[in-house]
Design a protein around this ligand. Structure first.
Ligand SMILES: NC(=O)c1ccc[n+]([C@@H]2O[C@H](COP(=O)([O-])OP(=O)(O)OC[C@H]3O[C@@H](n4cnc5c(N)ncnc54)[C@H](O)[C@@H]3O)[C@@H](O)[C@H]2O)c1
Length: 316
């Protein structure tokens, strides 16, 4: 690891590097806003809110003032579960007209992100959005333009480039320690979410849910993609999920993506909802690598998943 990173600090980073690595970004931002505490509204009180809410509660610079879910009982349940004083709402319009807040944290079904983020920006709120921040390139670009025109901040998960392991890999590459970089590979999969149908409905899929982590890591390390090719398929045409029972799978659940970066480097990402992993969805205790980078002087592997990296092997 980097020489200037103490073991204690490294372990602290690693412990918080899950779905909700937003605090690092938000705390430096919070110190610039007035009033001193950043007032946060959370929309979507499902599975991942159980990571976001306690994580946000650890900061003295952040206050959760508003909770919203179209399944309103979920907003009420999370308020009680986490002992919050927040106001609760059953839809975005009521939320935006209710208790004032500075930043919307969007953690709903993927298909609703673009619409909700747009409404929040239009109402003058900063936005932190789970992936994807929008459902098409055009919608995402329009959101960014809207945020810039209103001098608002727009963050999009995943925050994989914030880890010290990523910083180490990036510095290693920039120092030329791998020589000429030719190829890279990323993989992320499990046997698929069991709680909500949206992952399998139109606009869902393994790419926006899982592949996006590796895409962010590999474009972060090797630079933007100049061209992209992908092949996708549906391996399991029917799923049983908690919220809707048996559903037909409409979005891909198996994807391979090729990215062309600068100077001839090519990376490959595979993701899917049909990957057996003995470490499960949470990947606790994972010891295998999920990212590999090959150059003509050396190669590098990221151990564990890029959203909870455990270390880096460097051979050169
Ligand atoms: N669950 C995880 O471990 C995890 C990890 C990282 C990222 N994510 C991302 O977080 C997001 C949410 O995933 P989840 O697993 O928590 O899903 P979930 O189904 O458990 O929760 C989503 C919640 O959003 C609510 N919702 C949907 N549309 C809404 C709308 N228009 N207004 C208000 N509320 C609305 C739903 O009623 C539901 O309670 C997804 O983008 C997912 O990719 C999830």
């Amino acid at each position: 690891m980097q020489e200037d990173l103490s073991r204690k600090k490294f372990l602290q980073y690693t412990a918080i590097a899950g779905a909700a690595t937003l605090l690092g970004s938000l705390e430096s931002f919070a110190s610039t806003v007035s009033p001193a505490k950043l007032r946060v509204g959370i929309i979507g009180c499902g599975s991942v809110s159980n990571r976001y809410i306690p994580h946000l509660q650890t900061s003295s610079l952040v206050e959760i003032v508003s909770l919203c879910d179209i399944k309103y009982d979920r907003a009420l349940a999370q308020k009680k579960q986490y002992n919050l004083t927040a106001a609760t709402y059953p839809d975005i319009d009521a939320m935006l007209q209710g208790v004032p807040f500075d930043l919307l944290v969007t953690i709903t079904d993927m298909q609703a992100h673009g619409m909700l983020n747009k409404k929040a920006l239009q109402a003058g709120k900063h936005v932190w959005s789970e992936k994807p921040m929008a459902n098409s390139y055009a919608e995402g670009k329009a959101l960014l333009d809207l945020a810039s025109s209103k001098k608002l901040r727009l963050w999009g998960a995943p925050a994989v480039v914030n880890s010290p392991q990523f910083a180490f890999m990036s510095k290693t590459l920039q120092a030329g320690k791998l020589g000429r970089v030719a190829s890279a590979h990323g993989q992320y999969g499990h046997t698929g979410p069991t709680w909500s149908a949206f992952f399998y409905e139109k606009g869902g899929g393994s790419m926006p849910d899982l592949g996006v982590y590796n895409i962010a890591t590999l474009t972060g390390l090797l630079g933007p993609a100049k061209s992209v090719m992908a092949m996708t398929s549906i391996v399991n045409p029917e799923r049983t999920v908690d919220d809707k029972g048996k559903v037909k799978v409409e979005a891909e659940d198996n994807a391979h993506i090729l990215l062309e970066h600068e100077k001839g480097a090519i990376s490959h990402i595979m993701c899917g909802f049909n990957y057996f992993d003995p470490h499960g969805h949470e990947a606790k205790g994972q010891t295998l690598h999920s990212i590999q980078i090959f150059g003509d002087y050396g190669n590098m592997r990221l151990i564990g998943y890029d959203w909870e990296p455990l270390g880096v092997y460097l051979d050169n």
